[in-house]
Design a binder for this molecule. Structure first.
Ligand code: PMP
Length: 287
């Protein structure tokens, strides 16, 4: 079955889904995006992703390409046409195509692209064995809270991780504190059982998975702190894990090659993963 993608009002065979060479997304990374998990044909946490998209657009003064109700119909239609039950939906909105000039164009219409792809089941070993991370300097611009397509530092960091056999790179600010992964949020459980993740200010992307998990944690009566933690604190942690739309919750068992605690996935981490899986399943359960 052929893959169908949406570009500016048209549902096209994926190979024909193209944007203009002078699109500002291509020329300047003048664009934002969202990534949704698809489970049982439904979008997980759709409202949270759409709210974050709206915020990113406002921050960059890009006009919404269409109203939210119409956008939801487009998202559903792309999922339907691709017959994807479990997968990932990507959505990009750029400021549009216009003659090259840093100054915002007066007349350009925003470009909207929506693509989906099926996702194989997550390799169970990632959960059973956990993953390794390396630490790298955070060289991104000052507003990683805006979900822009300017992802070069993230791509370089992820590649560096994979080149060294690690799954992810945790980016570190000038004060030696972890901001987040290249495509995931970073968490630790301290020796005295406090669950820590960095506060959602301008220094990190406020992950939808992070947000969902924080709500679940509250209900579990766990001790939570939204604050920065240092690399040294992470290395001394009882447990560590990462969260994202495509990975949900994954245990981190080594940092820069040194094991976290005994080097096995933490029990609290696995409990949180189970809680998160149940939260997702409940959202997309057949009525
Ligand atoms: N941080 C960064 C830099 C990311 O790119 C992502 C993935 N979009 C995340 C965190 C995780 O966010 P979410 O849970 O919304 O996927």
């Amino acid at each position: 079955m052929s893959r169908i993608s949406y570009v500016n009002g048209r549902y096209l065979p994926h190979r024909d889904a193209l944007v203009h060479v002078e699109d500002r997304g291509f020329q300047f990374a003048d664009a934002v995006y969202e990534v949704f998990a698809i489970r049982r044909g439904g979008l997980v946490d759709e409202a949270l992703h759409l709210a974050r998209l709206a915020r990113s657009l406002v921050e960059l003064r890009i006009a919404p390409p269409m109203g939210e109700a119409a956008l939801k119909l487009v998202l559903r239609e792309v999922v339907r046409r691709n017959r994807v039950a479990n997968g990932t939906l990507y959505l990009q909105v750029s400021r549009g195509a216009a003659p090259r000039d840093f100054v915002f164009p007066k007349a350009a219409r925003p470009t909207l692209v929506v693509t989906v792809r099926p996702q194989r089941r997550q390799d169970p070993r990632l959960l059973e064995e956990g993953v390794g991370v390396i630490t790298i300097p955070d060289i991104r611009w000052g507003r990683p809270d805006i979900k822009t397509v300017g992802l070069l530092p993230n791509a370089l960091g992820k590649q560096q991780a994979r080149d060294t056999g690690a799954f992810e790179a945790w980016q570190v600010d000038r004060d030696g504190r972890v901001t987040e992964g290249t495509s995931t949020n970073a968490w630790i459980v301290t020796a005295d059982g406090e669950v820590v993740t960095r506060q959602a200010d301008h220094s990190i992307l406020n992950g939808v998975t992070r947000y969902g998990l924080l709500q679940l944690l509250g209900g579990e009566g766990l001790r939570l702190a939204e604050r920065p933690f240092s690399v040294a604190e992470a290395k001394a942690a009882r447990e560590a894990f990462l969260t994202s739309t495509t990975n949900f919750v994954l245990p981190v068992v080594s940092i820069d090659g040194a094991p976290v605690a005994n080097g096995h996935p933490g029990t609290l981490t696995l409990r949180l993963r189970a809680l998160y899986d149940a939260y997702v399943a409940a959202q997309v359960a057949a009525p």
